[in-house]
Design a protein around this ligand. Structure first.
Ligand SMILES: [Zn+2]
Length: 441
């Protein structure tokens, strides 16, 4: 047997070595943050998960079963349903099935196991859902929320509601029941105070360190909507929150962006609300560090310019692409690298799944989303800022080689070969025009 008698001096030395090791480990763990001052978050949007793929929208027997089954039984059902497990080009122009949803979340976790937070910019519900589907919509949001919460326990999740996220018809304003169910589905990752405000108002704020999120409800602002009192109240709340930000860096999150849709030239919001919002962001441009929208299912940006004869770029909006491939795009999500305080975006990478290259026979969660568009590299941007995007607009406009237009289309389409329907040499000026928003005050 060995002699385990230890000299007290050796013990002291061991303690010293151990504490030095712990100190050095802690230091090493903290040092990268201190040295680079950056962290990473996930930005996700337009999941449009359909539990009904492979069956008729009118399949009331299936709907009844889905309502009766537990969320764990939903998983079992999807895993046995070929239409819910398909991952190939046949999924283009369709809502997300279970395979794409599960694969998306697994790849988010693989790319970023510990995100600083997760922003989800709305549209969880499948297209063509009706008010009669309210209970199924409720359960669908619970199913998606459960998947995120299980994969990212304790991570702050900041969800916004999209135009499909309502117990009414598409674009209808959410009723109190929906607001309650939506807030409850995301708790506790959605903070309680935020959930309370969401239930009461349909919009909310939350904070993490020096970063403050203002999450707006764009259903109030939509071009064909008509909610003047509540819309005005929310826009006032945005102004008051910015005026009282007290040195915090504010990120504004919502689903439908302001301005014009480059695809069809139509206004997304009522003009007066867009004017008000653009003026507010221009006024508080040193406080608003990032505006996240989605809705178009593609990747885009908008620059906000100051008023006057020589408008200067003062702020910018990012439109992030969708998890579902409903518009003929590849499924995508984004990893954004931000400064530790959230006052600047260092880079953004849209990871996507090339549906034409998925190898058969691999479980969805193990299918790698290996392709990506790196925002800075794609455009050789010096910085992700209003100035950077404004210079980019000029570069694309004056490009004679066609290369910049191609980069713009590749970025917008997130790698999918759909440019013939979106940005190409005949349409790019229309899109670029829609990318500029000018303040009037
Ligand atoms: Zn959508």
């Amino acid at each position: 047997m060995r002699n385990y008698n230890i000299h007290p001096g050796a013990l002291l030395l061991s303690a010293l070595v151990l504490s030095l090791a712990i100190f050095s480990f802690a230091y090493r763990r903290q040092r990268p943050v201190a040295a680079t001052g950056t962290r990473n978050c996930l930005i996700v949007s337009d999941i449009h998960f359909s539990p009904l793929l492979g069956s008729s929208e009118k399949d009331t027997a299936l709907k009844r079963k889905l309502l009766a089954w537990s969320l764990d039984n939903w998983k079992v059902y999807f895993e046995g349903k070929p239409a819910e497990m398909q991952m190939d080009s046949n999924m283009l122009f369709k809502d997300a099935n279970y395979a794409i949803l599960e694969s998306a979340v697994a790849n988010m976790k693989r790319k970023l196991p510990n995100p600083a937070f997760i922003v989800i910019a709305g549209d969880f519900i499948w297209h063509n859902a009706t008010p009669a589907d309210s209970l199924l919509k409720k359960k669908t949001i619970q199913f998606i929320a459960k998947l995120f919460k299980e994969n990212f326990p304790g991570t702050l999740i900041v969800p916004a509601m999209g135009n499909n996220d309502t117990y009414g018809n598409d674009y209808d304003l959410q009723d109190p029941k929906f607001l309650n169910d939506f807030a409850d589905a995301w708790a506790p990752n959605l903070l309680r105070t935020s959930g309370d405000s969401l239930k009461k108002n349909g919009y909310y704020s939350c904070e993490q360190g020096n970063l403050k999120f203002l999450v707006m409800n764009s259903a109030l602002l939509y071009a064909n909507g008509n909610h003047p009192d509540t819309a005005a109240f929310m826009l006032k709340w945005v102004k008051a929150s910015l005026a009282g930000a007290n040195g915090k860096n504010v990120w504004i999150v919502m689903h439908i962006p302001p301005g014009v849709n480059g695809y069809n030239g139509q206004d997304f919001w009522r003009k007066e609300y867009a004017r008000d919002f653009v003026n507010t962001v221009a006024k508080y441009s040193s406080t608003v560090r990032f505006v996240i929208c989605s809705h178009i299912h593609f990747d885009d940006f908008k620059v906000i310019y100051s008023r006057g004869k020589k408008p200067a770029p003062v702020s910018f909006i990012r439109l992030v692409p969708s998890v579902c491939s409903n518009h003929g795009n590849y499924p995508s999500f984004e990893v954004a690298r931000l400064s530790s305080t959230g006052d600047s975006i260092i880079n953004e990478t849209s990871w996507y799944l090339n549906l034409s290259k998925v190898r058969r026979g691999i479980p969805p969660r193990l299918v790698p989303w290996a392709d990506s568009i790196n925002l800075k590299n794609n455009f050789k941007l010096k910085e992700i800022s209003a100035t950077g995007f404004s210079e980019l607009i000029n570069t694309i406009k004056t490009d004679k080689t066609g290369q910049a237009i191609k980069s713009y289309a590749n970025f917008y389409d997130v790698g999918s070969p759909i440019g013939v329907l979106t940005i190409n040499k005949d349409t790019y000026l229309k899109y670029l025009k829609a990318d500029s928003l000018k303040a009037s005050q």
